[in-house]
Design a protein around this ligand. Structure first.
Ligand code: UDP
Ligand code: MG
Length: 346
């Protein structure tokens, strides 16, 4: 359905909502007469029609080669709320989403996939949940329609691992999130603005937001089998998710106090090395035994050297973290709200 400009303002005044959709080769080569992108834009605008929200729909074309970019450019003529950002080449879903966040003007941001697997009709519910006082509401594809062995199983393991390692808990229930991989999520703008995305970190947005103190919850959402085209990912994604998990774990643990972590390990290592050294000196000088061929000697040296190295890591980490925070003007805390009395002091 073609939309009117009813829910749309052209000025830069803050909009209620920005919907961000990454799109990469979403046309269906098997069925050239279909219009997946037109269908997607129609469904999104339909779902927001009548909500009274002012919104923009930002579609990021991530270097498509199948004409998805041309279709988006055409659709801009029909939908005044549609903004199409065309990336020069294919950078990946995370970069496409980051480009969308960069262009978003809304007070809240909703992301979803461009392949019609998410249901735009869920957006109003997500926003209502956000309004209950959350910073991020993550969709949970409770009845997920993807291949069991290659998708559901790895994703179950990944969700459990991410939950355990990052320690993300929902604000209301205190439980772990069920579904990190669901792209359908709603965010407060500040939460997204705080985050820098690299690699394939979009999946870890709830974890990154949680590290910054965001209140997180989830909501069951619809999920459909891919109606057109094919998935852009295979099993290789699993290793990348695990590697990204290390990065997020590192960010969580060491972001503001690397010396505490590396320094502690360094102290443990040096102290154990010294004990061994004292023991070996005793064996050599008092008991008059040879220690040159003892594995313990090697262990003592390794422990001492690695202890010193860990200390140096800690110091370097401290320098890097200072550069990280100060170069971006990032304070080491996040303010939720400032409350002032309305009565002015004289
Ligand atoms: N996508 C993208 N760039 C890429 C790969 C994917 O923008 O390099 C988009 C894609 O168009 C879709 C979303 O990311 O909107 C999720 O991709 P896909 O549906 O292939 O992933 P799956 O649902 O199979 O996990
Ligand atoms: Mg998909």
């Amino acid at each position: 359905m073609q939309s009117t400009a009813q829910n749309f303002t052209t000025e830069n005044a803050m909009l209620d909502l920005s919907v961000v959709v990454p799109i990469y080769n979403e046309n269906d080569p098997q069925n050239p007469n279909t219009d997946p992108i037109g269908e997607l834009i129609g469904k999104i605008t339909d779902s927001l029609e009548g909500t009274g929200l002012t919104y923009e729909l930002i579609c990021i074309d991530d270097g498509s080669k199948d004409g998805s970019d041309l279709r988006l450019k055409e659709l801009v003529q029909n939908y005044p709320q549609l903004i199409t950002v065309l990336l020069r080449r294919n950078y990946g879903q995370t970069a496409a989403m980051a480009a969308g966040f960069e262009h978003a003007q809304g007070r809240t941001i909703v992301t979803l996939d461009g392949d019609l697997q998410n249901d735009p009709a869920d957006i109003p519910q997500l926003l209502a949940k956000l309004d209950e006082g959350y910073d991020l509401v993550s969709g949970w594809r409770k009845k997920r329609k993807d291949a069991a062995l290659t998708r559901l199983l790895p994703s179950k393991i990944a969700n459990w691992l991410i939950g355990k390692i990052t320690g993300v808990k929902m604000h209301d229930t205190g439980q772990m999130l069920h579904d990190y991989g669901c792209s359908l999520k709603a965010y407060r703008k500040e939460v997204v603005a705080d985050m820098k995305l690299y690699g394939e970190l979009h999946r870890f947005l709830p974890a990154l937001a949680y590290i910054e103190g965001a209140r997180i919850t989830e909501l069951p959402v619809n999920h459909y089998a891919r109606p057109y085209g094919s998935s852009k990912y295979g099993l290789g994604r699993t290793t990348r998710v695990v590697l990204d998990l290390f990065t997020v774990f590192f960010l969580k643990k060491f972001l503001t106090r690397p010396m505490h972590v590396f320094g502690l390990l360094g102290i443990i290592s040096i102290t154990s090395g010294m004990f061994l050294g004292v023991y070996l000196t005793f064996v050599k000088l008092i008991l008059n035994q040879s220690i040159g061929d003892r594995p313990l000697l090697i262990l003592a040296v390794v422990l001492l050297l690695s202890g010193v190295q860990l200390f140096c890591f800690g110091l370097l980490g401290e320098l890097l973290m200072r550069t990280y925070h100060e170069s971006q003007g990032r304070p080491i805390y996040r303010v939720r709200e400032v409350v002032r009395s309305r009565v002015k002091n004289c």
